[in-house]
Design a protein around this ligand. Structure first.
Ligand SMILES: C[S@@+](CC[C@H](N)C(=O)[O-])C[C@H]1O[C@@H](n2cnc3c(N)ncnc32)[C@H](O)[C@@H]1O
Length: 269
């Protein structure tokens, strides 16, 4: 498929990595050493995890459980520290789960479309940057809602199924140094209205809002990425990750859900 539509053809996530079909989960193994580099190719996942954690309510009972579907390497974990949750992460990718476990996550290997968890076991279900990677996002939503207890909270963020989203998240973003190529298959992007309707079918009244990186922080980050180009790894051993707090852009609400959006909803109960 290489050489056909660049939005759907096979790609290389970075130089030296194997050529893979878009959204091939093996890409997360290829990029396993990138997860916890604050300025690495998953930098934006760090920013989004901080924003997602802001939607998680305070735990209302001892032993409260937060199920993090598609947890990756557990980037949400530092933002939940001291919040009273047992953080259970489910993911397809074992190399990511091993890293999540190292950050205190109870790591479970499984598919978002068939969670190996009991009904109503979770006080909170988080699904950050997951649904746009799942071939059947409706099945993943049904599962997230199944494991959520009545009165529990669903929090998520994903990419909308729009022309603008394809342009920004695939065609433009993949030209930026430090953004992996081929991690998204835009054919899997999730229409926000359809997602709200699907959650409602499963008893969760989801409210969505558009989000984006704050412009000054994003510009600083892009300048830093450009300046660091060719000068070796950034945010790793070289600067001890010291740039994280100073440079990490904040994720802020925006008026349009056309590209990236967050959702939060409580399950009827
Ligand atoms: C973009 S990453 C997001 C990771 C994490 N939620 C975060 O925000 O840092 C997508 C994650 O979803 C996982 N994933 C993709 N499809 C999945 C599926 N069907 N079931 C479970 N995990 C899946 C991948 O292995 C990867 O770790």
């Amino acid at each position: 498929m290489a050489g056909e539509d660049p939005e759907v053809g096979d790609v290389q996530t970075r130089a030296g990595a194997p050529v893979r079909p878009r959204n091939d989960p093996r890409q997360y193994d290829d990029l396993a050493d990138e997860w916890w580099r604050p300025d690495g190719v998953f930098a934006m996942l760090h920013w989004l995890a901080a924003a997602r954690a802001g939607l998680v309510p305070a735990a209302t009972r001892p032993d409260a459980v937060l199920v993090d579907v598609g947890c990756g390497a557990g980037l949400l974990a530092p933002h939940l520290a001291g919040r009273g949750y047992r953080h259970v992460g489910v993911d397809l990718t074992r190399s990511a789960l091993a890293q999540a476990a190292g950050h205190g996550v109870v790591a479970v290997n499984g598919d978002a479309a068939a969670l190996p968890l009991a009904d109503r076991c979770a006080d909170v279900v988080a699904a950050g940057e997951l649904l746009e990677h799942v071939p059947d996002w409706r099945a993943a939503v049904a599962e997230a809602c199944r494991v959520l207890r009545p009165g529990g909270t669903l929090v998520l963020d994903t990419l909308n199924d729009t022309v603008l989203s394809r342009l920004v998240a695939v065609r433009l973003a993949e030209r930026v140094r430090g953004v992996p190529r081929g991690i998204h298959d835009p054919r899997l992007f999730v229409d926000a209205r359809a997602l709200v309707a699907e959650c409602a079918r499963h008893g969760v009244a989801l409210r969505v809002r558009g989000i984006r990186p704050a412009v000054p922080g994003l510009l600083r980050w892009l300048v830093h990425q450009a300046a660091a180009s060719g000068s070796g790894p950034i945010g790793g051993a070289g600067d001890g990750g010291a740039g994280r707090g100073r440079r990490a852009p904040r994720i802020v609400p925006t008026w349009s859900t056309a590209v990236l959006y967050q959702g939060r909803g409580v399950k009827r109960g």
